[in-house]
Ligand binder design. Structure first.
Ligand code: SF4
Length: 186
């Protein structure tokens, strides 16, 4: 089965790795996809599972900003972080994480390799090694990644999750390359 041209390797990517148009206002760094990261994965023959953008799904594209207010990006990230961490935000994130875990299990069950999950460091929602909360960078995961980790652990799945940053393309490519070079877990 599946004996065709597919490479049987997939990576789950934060929505905005493929589509910067989903970013919070003033935070996009590319017109479309994060070019270097995406090119590296395309050249490695990996298929993309684009995760939903939790902030867009819960708060909308404009994150329900007060358009009349003068705010900083940091203050907006804090406001968004609080909304995402509220019960309704977590409930929706948990459902999205559950759907992704279902997809991961399907690939693994059918003998595919799940190279990993790529989140966005510094995000209150998709941060992996660092996120944003209460007006400062925090050395832990954002709300969506934390719940995705919990959902994976609940199913006994060990899938690496790493963070990249759109404004650090060289470091981000190195993170991706390390995932690609990682020995296959059996
Ligand atoms: S980091 Fe996550 S929440 Fe923020 S724009 Fe990207 S996908 Fe959406």
């Amino acid at each position: 089965m599946f004996d065709d041209k597919r490479g049987k390797k997939v990576v789950l990517v934060a929505h905005c790795i493929l589509n910067q148009n989903a970013k919070i206002d003033r935070c996009a760094h590319y017109p479309g996809a994060m070019r270097e990261v995406v090119q590296t994965l395309v050249e490695a023959g990996v298929g993309f599972v684009q995760m939903p953008c939790p902030e867009l799904m819960i708060m909308g594209l404009d994150r329900q900003v007060d358009r009349a207010a003068v705010t900083t990006i940091e203050a907006e990230d804090t406001r968004v972080g609080w909304r995402m961490a509220a019960e309704a935000g977590q409930d929706r994130c948990r459902r999205m994480a559950g759907d992704l875990v279902f997809q991961i299990e399907q690939y693994l069950k059918n003998g595919f390799e799940v190279v990993g999950v790529l989140g966005i460091n510094g995000s209150p929602t998709c941060g992996v090694e660092v996120s944003w909360f209460d007006d400062r960078e925090q050395p832990d995961a954002g709300v969506f990644v934390r719940l995705l980790r919990e959902a994976l652990a609940a199913r006994g799945l060990d899938v690496p999750i790493r963070g990249v940053k759109a404004y650090e393309p060289a470091q981000s490519v190195a993170v991706v390359q390390a995932l690609l070079d990682r020995p296959l877990q059996t």
